[in-house]
Write a protein that binds this ligand. Structure first.
Ligand SMILES: [Zn+2]
Length: 311
C-alpha cells in the first residue's frame, strides 16, 4: 500500500492528554498524516507513566470505554456495559483511511466453537514474516506477548470496535501509537497457542468477540457493508460462544435422554436408572410439585428403581 491516506482523523493524537496547547500543535499537523508513517505519533512512554486516571487519556471511543488498559486483552464485561438493544456502527468515514485486509490470505479456521474451546477469531493463512496491517485507523491499546495469543496487538477504533492480531512473530508498534488502516503493525508468525503460521484476527465490541466474516468478505478483501448493526439478541444467538455451547450441550443431553427414556403407560411411570423427580416431571410436561402431590412424595425423596410414579 503506497497510497497516501490524507486522514486527519488522528492528526492531533500526538498529545496523549486533553490539553489546549497540544491540541493546537495537532492542528498544525492536519493533512500531513501518511499511511506509511507508523512512528510519527508515538506516545512518549514517560507521559504514560505519570497517568493514573485513564479517563484523562485521549483514547478512541472515550465515551464508550471508561478505561484504557494496556496490559489486559479483554478487561470488559459486555453484558454490563451494553445497555441498548442494538447499536449501529459506522466502520469507515470519508475522513479516515478506510479498511484494509489485515492480511490477504485464505481462511484456515472460522469463528465458532472448536472441540474444547471457543475460537473467537478468524485464522488467516500466512508465512512467518509476512506483513500484517491495521484493518482500520485507531490507537494501539495493547502490544505484547499475551498467553495463547502469542505476540499480540490490540487496536481500539473510534467507533468502539477493537481489532486483535495474534501469533505475530514481530510487533512493530507501541502502546498509544496511532495507526492508519493499511499501516504495517507487525509480522505474521506462529507464537502462542498456534500450530503453524497464521494470523488470528478478531473483532470485538466492549470485549464481545464478533464473527469477522459478518463484517468482511474475505474473497473480495473488502467490507460487506460500511455499517454494522450489533444487536444484543445476535450476541445471545450467534456470538456468545460459551453460552451457546452450554445451551447446546444441555439441549443435546436432554434430547438424548428423551430419546432413550420411556414415558408413562396408563398414567404410571416406572423409575429407571438416573431418574429424578425433576427429569420425570420434565419428560411428562408436569412439575415436581404435582408429582409429589399425586404420589405422596417430598421433592427430596430418593427414588427406587422400578418404583411406580403416577403422572
Ligand atoms: Zn485463531
Amino acid at each position: 500500500m503506497s497510497i497516501t491516506c490524507m486522514a486527519v482523523f488522528y492528526a492531533n493524537a500526538t498529545p496523549f492528554l486533553w490539553d489546549d496547547k497540544t491540541k493546537n500543535n495537532g492542528d498544525d499537523k492536519k493533512g500531513k498524516a501518511k499511511r506509511e508513517d507508523t512512528t510519527k505519533f508515538v506516545i512518549n512512554e514517560e507521559s504514560l507513566e505519570g497517568v493514573q486516571d485513564t479517563t484523562q487519556i485521549l483514547f478512541p471511543s472515550h465515551d464508550l470505554y471508561v478505561t484504557w488498559d494496556t496490559n489486559s486483552a479483554h478487561p470488559y464485561n459486555f453484558y454490563e456495559s451494553f445497555k441498548a438493544d442494538s447499536v449501529t456502527l459506522t466502520l469507515t468515514t470519508i475522513s479516515d483511511c478506510g479498511f484494509s485486509m489485515p492480511y490477504k490470505g485464505g481462511i484456515t479456521s472460522e469463528f465458532g466453537w472448536r472441540k474444547y474451546r471457543p475460537h473467537y477469531g478468524t485464522d488467516i493463512d500466512l508465512e512467518t514474516g509476512d506483513q500484517v496491517v491495521a484493518a482500520f485507523d485507531g490507537m494501539v491499546r495493547m502490544a505484547k506477548y499475551y498467553y495463547g495469543y502469542g505476540n499480540c496487538i490490540i487496536i481500539r477504533h473510534e467507533n468502539g470496535l477493537e481489532t486483535v492480531y495474534g501469533h505475530l512473530s514481530k510487533i512493530n508498534v507501541q502502546v498509544g501509537q496511532t495507526v492508519f488502516a493499511g499501516n504495517v503493525i507487525g509480522l505474521g508468525g506462529n507464537t502462542g497457542r498456534s500450530f503453524g503460521s497464521h494470523l488470528h484476527f478478531e473483532m470485538r465490541y466492549l470485549g464481545q468477540a464478533l464473527d469477522t466474516e459478518d463484517f468482511i468478505d474475505y474473497t473480495k478483501g473488502e467490507l460487506k457493508s460500511n455499517t454494522f448493526v450489533l444487536r444484543k439478541s445476535d450476541v445471545e444467538t450467534k456470538y456468545d460462544l460459551r453460552a451457546l455451547h452450554s445451551r447446546h450441550r444441555r439441549d443435546v443431553g436432554l434430547a438424548k435422554y428423551d430419546k432413550g427414556s420411556k414415558v408413562a403407560k396408563n398414567g404410571v411411570y416406572k423409575v429407571r436408572p438416573g431418574d429424578t423427580l425433576g427429569r420425570i416431571a420434565r419428560i411428562h410436561g408436569t412439575t415436581v410439585k404435582n408429582l409429589c402431590r399425586k404420589n405422596g412424595l417430598k421433592p427430596t425423596t430418593i427414588l427406587r428403581l422400578g418404583q411406580k410414579i403416577k403422572i
